[in-house]
Design a protein around this ligand. Structure first.
Ligand code: ZN
Length: 314
């Protein structure tokens, strides 16, 4: 059933609507729980669109196997997505810093509060993100350290390459996942791929994980799919590599590969002088798990991240 969980009037005869597709078991008396999959909080992150499509497609192909409610929210920030921008247009604010919202506040406070209210009662909520337009990420779950114990067991079912505890601002206060955890709804953030792109391989990997989780929660009776054993890391395990000079970044290393200390992973070039102005090298041995895709690099820009001493998940 497709319905709008939030509808707010826009200035001239339009409405901001947050749609949801609710998939339910054929036998409504045999409903064993509820998973919510949300995405599109950032309008320039499209990986989740393929995930939503593929989850619904697989369920519709085998409706008898569904034993719970699966709520799919493809777009939490429809104004941003329709105009292809990250933030909420006009107010230029990050939707994922506006939770849990309030029914007594502005229109956007009411919108975020409405999203949260509609998600209460879920056994778990997965908020799918797609990095940004600058760096490519391997599939990962991100969890606030405050909710590590509650969320790591779920994250291990999701076929991700890694679980990152406390990944910067993406899991902190004012995000949807944090707000839901505070309200007692287990919630985590998934990151993968690159903004404005769809990596089908990553999407299929994560969808396999979602069905494995559904199976573990007793909501799916289809064939089980074996999943990766993710590594669990914290900020202390990560080496950040940033641009020492402004210029054009040309990478020469593949994401999700093992590098040794001193290995060259790219160059910053000066296209006016025709020279390499900075050689980007791995500062430690480990797994390259974030790689810059956007060539414009200002001094201090994130170029890569390495997990010290770890190899890729099997
Ligand atoms: Zn995002």
């Amino acid at each position: 059933m497709i319905e709008n969980v939030v509808s707010a009037a826009l200035p001239v005869n339009e409405n901001l609507r947050i749609p949801r597709n609710r998939l339910e078991p054929v036998d409504l008396n045999d409903n064993r729980g509820r998973i919510s999959i949300v995405t599109g909080a950032h309008g320039d992150e499209l990986e989740g669109q393929f995930v939503c499509y593929e989850v619904i497609r697989r369920i519709n192909r085998n409706k008898e196997a569904l034993k719970g409610t699966i709520d799919i929210y493809p777009v939490l920030n429809p104004l941003g997505m329709d105009s292809g921008v990250r933030t909420v247009p006009k107010i230029d604010m990050d939707l994922n810093r506006m939770f849990p919202g309030s029914q007594d506040g502005t229109m956007m406070d009411k919108v975020t509060a409405g999203i949260v209210e509609s998600l209460l009662g879920s056994d778990i909520c997965i908020d799918v993100h797609a990095s940004d337009t600058f760096v490519k990420e391997i599939p990962q779950a991100r969890i606030s350290d405050e909710f590590e114990q509650m969320m790591v067991p779920y994250a291990k079912y999701l076929n991700v390459d890694l679980i990152w505890i406390n990944a910067t601002a993406t899991v902190h206060e004012s995000t949807l996942a944090y707000s839901l955890c505070k309200l007692g709804v287990p919630a985590l953030v998934m990151e993968m791929g690159l903004g404005n792109r769809i990596n089908q391989e990553y999407g299929l990997q994560v969808v396999d994980g979602i069905f494995h989780l559904m199976k573990k929660l007793g909501l799916w009776e289809g064939d089980d799919i074996s999943v990766k054993e993710p590594m669990v890391i914290t900020n202390d395990d990560i080496e950040f590599i940033r641009a020492a000079e402004s210029g054009i970044f040309i990478s020469c290393a593949e994401n999700n590969t093992f590098v040794k200390q001193g290995d060259k992973i790219g160059e910053i070039i000066d296209p006016l002088a025709g020279e390499v102005i900075y050689e980007v090298k791995a500062g430690c041995e480990g797994l390259l798990f974030t790689m810059r895709e956007h060539p414009l690099a200002y001094e201090g820009a994130l170029l890569a991240r390495i997990i010290r001493g770890k190899e890729a998940a099997e």
